[in-house]
Design a protein around this ligand. Structure first.
Ligand code: FDP
Length: 333
């Protein structure tokens, strides 16, 4: 058989996430291999969630649990499963000494007090989309602990501030599953090839456009947005920008990251401090956004400069193309 240059066999499979992490290990600030292993644990849990999400309708995994999580939101079966899968992967891995999750009120102690890292996760973001086959995601944020290794981790390990993250990223379970992360250098995306069971580097060194023409917000809340935001949206409409809002932060963020655009979740009457959670939604996406050339603001300061005071703290979020974020922030009081 003759293998031409365009034949599938002539094309390289690409760089797997494992190999990429291994190659990059020396570029990590604390290159002992533990952070690499932690990222692999997260990727493994992501593969399991990918599997569960893809067969959810077949094995009765859709629908609610009939209970509410710590945020007062109804908990979905897949929320619970994703939470269990991630916590288990992180506990078994041994590198994380503690976890916080959207689904749990308090710190989850893994029992691995020798572990150097703590992890904040939103195991399954965009829960309202689970039952209707629309994109959902996982968001994660990793810190090096500040409490002494060997001791019990504490709140202080999680309240260090966004700029102290050593790695952050998300997994989007969409038309394909993609894991995007940064360790503070570049932002890279790995698409999951389920036939190989591997994440393959598909979006190396992501650079988001400086400007965009997509705006993403919940239009039903517009009346309760402050005037500056309403003026910004009027401007977007007058320029015939495109409105796109899935209601899955990860999905909306990822699209705007690649195409150029802005995601907004301002304070509303219902959520006067904003809806999104600082530690496991806004911080990790802001950290990653800045590495890809985007901006993330709470309206009054860079998201990464917000001083966290509690585990489930909320924040307004304006994130995306720098020209758009700067323009919007300039219109706020
Ligand atoms: P959800 O509550 O469905 O988990 O994380 C919160 C979040 O989703 C974001 O993913 C999403 O962008 C936003 O809330 C959607 O909120 P609204 O339904 O209020 O627009």
């Amino acid at each position: 058989m003759e293998i031409t240059a365009s034949h599938p066999l002539a094309l390289p499979v690409g760089v797997t996430l494992d190999r990429y992490i291994m190659n990059r290990q020396t570029a990590f600030p604390y290159a002992t291999g533990e952070l690499s292993q932690l990222l692999r644990d997260i990727a493994l849990a992501g593969k399991i969630i990918h599997r569960e999400v893809n067969r959810a309708g077949l094995i009765d995994l859709t629908g609610g649990m009939g209970i509410q999580n710590v945020q007062g939101e109804s908990q979905q079966k897949l929320d619970m499963i994703a939470n269990i899968r991630f916590c288990r992967a992180l506990k078994n891995g041994g590198e994380a000494c503690a976890i916080i999750s959207e689904e749990d009120e308090d710190i989850i102690f893994t029992g691995n007090n020798q572990g150097k890292y703590v992890v904040a996760i939103d195991p399954l973001d965009g829960s309202s989309n689970i039952d209707v086959n629309v994109s959902i995601g996982t968001i994660f944020s990793i810190y090096r602990r500040v409490t002494p290794i060997g001791s019990e981790p504490s709140l202080a390990d999680f309240l260090q501030g966004g700029r102290r993250q050593v790695a952050a990223g998300y997994i989007l379970y969409g038309s394909s599953t993609i894991l995007v992360y940064t360790t503070g250098h570049s932002a890279n995306g790995f698409t999951y090839d389920s036939s190989l069971g591997e994440f393959i580097l598909s979006h190396p060194d992501i650079h988001s456009p400086a400007n965009g023409q997509i705006y993403s917000c919940n239009d039903g809340n517009v009346d309760s947005y402050e005037q500056g935001i309403q003026n910004y949206l009027t401007d977007c409409r007058s320029k015939q920008y495109t409105a796109r809002y899935i209601g899955s932060l990860v999905g909306d963020f990822h699209r705007n990251l690649l195409k150029g655009g802005i995601y907004l979740y301002p304070p509303t009457k219902k959520n006067p401090d904003g809806k999104l959670r600082l530690l496991y939604e806004a911080f990790p996406l802001a950290f990653l956004a800045e590495k890809a050339g985007c901006l993330a603001s709470s309206g009054h300061q860079s998201v990464l400069d917000i001083r966290p005071t509690s585990l489930h703290q909320r924040t307004p979020l304006y994130i995306g193309s720098p020209v758009m974020v700067e323009k919007l922030v300039g219109l706020l009081q």
